[in-house]
Write a protein that binds this ligand. Structure first.
Ligand code: HEC
Length: 332
């Protein structure tokens, strides 16, 4: 139980050392010493430091040094190192798209994840692996368990060794990871004119611009501008750093047929596959936001409660009055 202290309770406690008569008597002398020290010759220095002329000249000196350094070297020290690459290497900056899961309270659009998986499976999986996603991860996210089991069983996995020490193949099960399109990196490069299609599990986190970048990349293929030469086997995409990318445009209107009847335009497929890849990179996304909101609510309540309790406990201490009551002089 909380109990309010009576203000009188403090009067009965022993006086704090500062208010002992001895100290009180010494106070004026201490003050005089302090005043004397501040009034010494350091005054002139202080007024120089505080003067406007000093302020203006130091500012002008700083601005002048910065301008002179920039004039000599083209940029300020250390600033260029903040960029990972040169300006000429950077692709066109992607616009910020209004993803349906971007808000503080928004979860992924799971119908979109399901369509996106279809786009990945039918288009991207021909070249890109998705190493970190197992079939079981799709359960309850985009498909139900029977659908995922059926999809896994369509794939053959190598397993073993068996009792005779031989490797054997079996159909896939929920615990298996997504099958890679190529056996190894060399095979992947050989199939793509030397370029390596990166694993897509974490691509949304791994690229500057995230989902906006991957969407822009997929929908951003155009003819190279006049004067730009693109090597044989490369394609021009202004969003790709450097402009020339080994991957050709892969999404075209009507390439897949969505089972829910959504028209499969290029941008629709790109949006769905990017939502799917975003989920693959951050499968904890929905849960994380839910827990985050719970934590914010809980900690706000606890903060308010502790503020109240603090004020409650401190009230008598803040409101007390301490005074010095000199002992009555018995000689008079
Ligand atoms: C024909 C094979 C092929 C297909 C199909 C394909 N890609 Fe690629 N992809 C590549 C290659 C090769 C690269 C590497 C390009 C490079 O480094 O120049 C690449 C690179 C990428 C990159 C990385 C770009 C970067 O910034 O490094 C992303 C993202 C990507 N692909 C997404 C996709 C998506 C999504 C799909 C399906 C809609 C897809 N790709 C389909 C071959 C393919």
């Amino acid at each position: 139980m909380l109990r309010r202290w009576g203000a009188g309770a403090l009067n009965r406690t022993a006086p704090l050392p500062l208010f002992r008569p001895k100290n009180v008597l010494r106070l004026p002398r201490a003050l005089a010493v302090r005043n004397a020290s501040t009034a010494s010759s350091s005054n002139a220095f202080e007024s120089f430091l505080n003067s406007r002329v000093t302020l203006v000249s130091v500012s002008l000196f700083t601005a002048g040094s910065v301008a002179w350094y920039t004039h000599l070297y083209g940029s300020l020290p250390f600033l260029p190192q903040v960029h990972a690459s040169l300006d000429s290497d950077e692709g066109l900056h992607p616009p910020a798209y209004p993803w349906s899961h971007m808000g503080l309270f928004d979860t992924f659009d799971h119908a979109s994840i399901r369509r996106g998986y279809q786009v990945y499976r039918e288009v991207c999986a021909a070249c890109h692996s998705l190493d970190r996603i197992a079939w079981r991860n799709l359960v309850g996210v985009s498909h139900n368990v029977d659908e995922v089991k059926a999809m896994a069983e369509e794939v053959e996995y190598q397993d073993g060794p068996n009792d005779e020490g031989e490797m054997f193949t079996r159909t896939g099960k929920l615990a298996d990871y997504m099958p890679p399109p190529y056996a190894n990196e060399e095979a992947a490069r050989a199939g793509n004119a030397g370029a390596l299609p990166p694993d897509l599990s974490l691509i949304v986190k791994a690229r500057h611009g995230g989902a906006d970048y991957v969407f822009s990349l997929l929908t951003g293929y155009v003819d190279p501008p006049a004067g730009v030469e693109v090597r044989e086997g490369m394609n021009y995409n202004p969003f790709f750093p450097g402009g020339a990318i080994g991957m050709a445009r892969v999404l075209f209107d009507g390439l897949v047929e969505f089972e829910d009847g959504t028209p499969a335009t290029t941008s629709q497929m790109a949006k769905d596959v990017v939502t799917f890849l975003h989920w693959a990179a951050e499968p904890e996304h929905d849960e994380r936001k839910k827990n985050g909101i719970k934590a914010v609510i809980l900690f706000s309540v606890l903060t308010l409660a502790s503020l109240y309790v603090k004020r409650f406990k401190w009230t008598p201490i803040k409101n007390r009055k301490i005074f010095y009551d000199p002992p009555a002089d018995k000689t008079h």
